[in-house]
Design a protein around this ligand. Structure first.
Ligand code: NAD
Ligand code: DAU
Length: 358
């Protein structure tokens, strides 16, 4: 075993940010296994082109032969599992891929990792970690005034996406309790920042605003999410990997509860300031109410006191600093945006939004 880590889903939004930051800060080798679904993008990792510390492998976490070979060949000290189908709206239109990757894929990955871990020498076995990256959505929906989710909150997933993530969390937990595997689980709130695929709220609003398109707000726009800048999520995962107690769960959040409509207004106001429209109108004029997401969770809120108390982690960005950085990143990386807006992306937009105007 050496200092190498195996990251899965490292060509997606959070995974790519994590890999870029890990190589920059730790300088150790990352083996990056990603099947390059619609959400995976090699271009996001362009800064590591030709860098021997990044080994990219195109493949599926459910391919146990491939994963077994990678573990034996690279002898990593940890597996960090980001790979997932991650978009709630897509899980409503077609849950099958979510069951396959999030449940079956995580199961296959656990099986192979267990066998690799079981074959390590005693001191290496103690050091090995399997870190599973999960979401606050497994806890269900809160009413106004309900306390924020703690790690002890009962699981009440409401979408096929959150149900599949909940199942994967349970499998990870079971592999610790039954086989003693040294696992860690993190449950994080909504991320935003560079390299996020423009199907999620914040990047969709930025790219649609700049393209003069409608800004589709579901329902009354008063659903609440807790927002965390992606760099902060990555630093929290690195901290949990370094110092988290085996078998424990850590909630990660930004202490930034905001209704969706406020997020959209903030993005419009920043764009009005930094990229004003030629006709002098505000980007807010592009906001359009559309019919709500079925089963839409009303409110998420994360109680992130455990990770602060036990591991000394707190987010570095406020929403105000993070959202400005994010808008600026999309303004400066319009080629990246154009390249991900493929035919299948346009098909998705048509499928999810056509005929939905309220
Ligand atoms: P993403 O959709 O941007 O990226 C997912 C990546 O996984 C893609 O690169 C994709 O190609 C890859 N992938 C999908 N199926 C695979 C498979 N079977 N084998 C190998 N690779 C596969 O997702 P994201 O937003 O970066 O989320 C990463 C993880 O963090 C997910 O597990 C998600 O549930 C979790 N999470 C996300 C957020 C958020 O706000 N985005 C918040 C909390 C937790
Ligand atoms: O809470 C963590 C989760 O956050 C992650 O586990 C998921 O992977 C991630 O996708 C995200 O899920 P959400 O459903 O909260 O994110 P999304 O960006 O799709 O939507 C955020 C909110 O904005 C939600 O209330 C729905 C709303 N929305 C979304 C889109 C895409 C709109 O009003 N209009 C839209 O067009």
């Amino acid at each position: 075993m050496n200092d190498t880590i195996l990251v899965t889903g490292g060509a997606g939004f959070i995974g790519a940010n994590f890999v870029l930051e890990w190589v920059r800060k730790q300088g150790a080798v990352v083996v990056n296994l990603d099947k390059l679904s619609y959400a995976g993008n090699r271009e996001s990792l362009a800064a590591l082109e030709g860098d021997g510390r990044h080994i990219f492998v195109c493949g599926d976490i459910a391919d146990s032969v491939l994963v077994g070979k990678l573990l034996e060949e690279h002898r990593p000290r940890a597996v960090v599992n980001f790979a997932a189908e991650s978009h709630v709206d897509r899980s409503i239109h077609g849950p099958r891929d979510f069951i396959q990757t999030n449940i079956v894929g995580t199961f296959e990955l656990l099986e192979v990792a267990k066998s690799y871990w079981g074959g390590l020498q005693e001191d290496e076995k103690k050091k090995f970690r399997f870190l599973h990256v999960s979401t606050d959505e497994v806890y269900g929906s809160l009413k106004p005034g309900d306390p924020a989710f703690t790690e002890g909150k009962r699981y009440e997933p409401n979408s096929p996406y959150s149900a599949s993530k909940a199942a994967s969390d349970h499998l990870v937990r079971a592999y610790h309790h039954t086989y003693g595997m040294p696992v860690l689980t993190t449950n994080c709130s909504n991320n935003y920042g560079p390299l996020q695929f423009p199907e999620k709220l914040i990047p969709l609003m930025i790219v649609n605003a700049l393209a003069g398109k409608a800004l589709p707000v579901y329902g009354d726009g008063m659903q609440i999410r807790d927002w965390l800048y992606v760099g902060d999520h990555c630093s929290a995962i690195a901290r949990v990997l370094e110092a988290g107690e085996v078998g424990e769960v850590y909630n990660i959040g930004g202490w930034n509860e905001k209704p969706n409509i406020e997020i959209v207004h903030t993005i419009c106001d920043i764009l009005d300031e930094v990229q004003p429209k030629s006709d002098g109108s505000s980007y807010r004029s592009q906001i359009q109410t559309v019919t709500d997401r079925p089963g839409h969770d009303r409110r998420y809120a994360i109680d992130a006191r455990k990770i602060e108390r036990e591991l000394g982690w707190r987010p570095a960005e406020t929403f105000e600093t993070g959202i400005r950085k994010t808008v600026q990143w999309y303004l400066s990386n319009q080629e990246w945006v154009r390249n991900v807006q493929t035919g299948t992306y346009r098909d998705w937009v048509e499928k999810n939004y056509s005929g939905r105007e309220a």
